[in-house]
Design a protein around this ligand. Structure first.
Ligand SMILES: C[S@@+](CC[C@H](N)C(=O)[O-])C[C@H]1O[C@@H](n2cnc3c(N)ncnc32)[C@H](O)[C@@H]1O
Length: 232
């Protein structure tokens, strides 16, 4: 299902206005640490990139993993939520990371005259307006450059769908008690994951916008997917 632009914009504001301070703990706890494995998988696709664009960087988890693995690379980290970017900026300072710069902007509106070898995005695709985002990115990725988009997916198999709903029921109860600011996110997130068609939408748009070697890797019980592509 293609989710309406206005609904997506409202969800971004509702989900990411007051949750930045606890995001790192929540994502680690509620994915049982698997988020780190997924991010390692993304980083594993990279080979000494010079310039990386990390879209929807949030608190900077992925941006910092890339920056620390490739200290000679320059990472530009973009996010639309000021609260998340502030946490990211502080974390970079604490970790003494110097090769990440931060930009407050919607991914769809970000532009740069300098081009990137790699564009990454973890948990952006289901919120993004891909029909505007991908043509914008196509202008900023070098020929032969790589795009890596990762996000949650709704399992295709019935038994994994049942597990998906049971798991969300559990974390809605526990999460609502420990992290009340996450309550409405945990209630609305599973429906959003079920309704988004980001993988099929993205792969279609990538093919149209001059990308090839488009691959979809399903991860951990069909709970997320990593889409990779090469700019022709
Ligand atoms: C779940 S967090 C993920 C953060 C980070 N990528 C990670 O994996 O830990 C989602 C982030 O996407 C950002 N976001 C959502 N839609 C966006 C858009 N259109 N442009 C830029 N940032 C966006 C939110 O502000 C939030 O910080």
């Amino acid at each position: 299902m293609v989710i309406d632009e206005k609904i997506k914009t409202a969800l971004i504001s509702e989900f990411f206005t007051n949750t930045g301070a606890t995001y790192n703990s929540v994502v680690n706890l509620f994915t049982l640490g698997i988020d780190h494995q997924w991010k390692k998988k993304i980083v594993g696709h990279l080979t000494a990139p010079k310039r990386v664009l990390d879209l929807a960087c949030g608190t900077g988890i992925l941006s910092f993993m890339i920056a620390q693995k490739f200290p000679k690379s320059q990472v530009v980290a973009v996010d639309v939520s000021p609260g998340y970017l502030e946490v990211a900026w502080r974390n970079a300072y604490k970790k003494n990371i110097k090769n990440v710069s931060f930009v407050l902007n919607a991914a769809e509106n970000f532009t740069s005259t300098e081009r990137f070898d790699v564009v990454t995005a973890s948990y952006l695709a289901k919120y993004a307006h891909l029909d505007r985002l991908i043509p914008n990115l196509a202008k900023m990725i070098v020929s032969g450059g790589t795009l890596l988009f990762h996000d949650f997916t709704y399992p295709k198999s019935k038994s994994l769908q049942r597990l998906f709903w049971v798991y969300f029921k559990i974390i809605q109860v526990i999460g609502g008690l420990i992290y009340p600011e996450w309550k409405s996110v945990l209630v609305k997130l599973p429906d959003l994951i079920r309704d988004t068609a980001w993988v099929s939408e993205l792969t279609k748009i990538l093919a149209k916008e001059g990308f090839d070697q488009i691959k979809v890797e399903s991860l951990t019980l069909e709970g997320s997917a990593l889409v990779s592509a090469r700019k022709k």
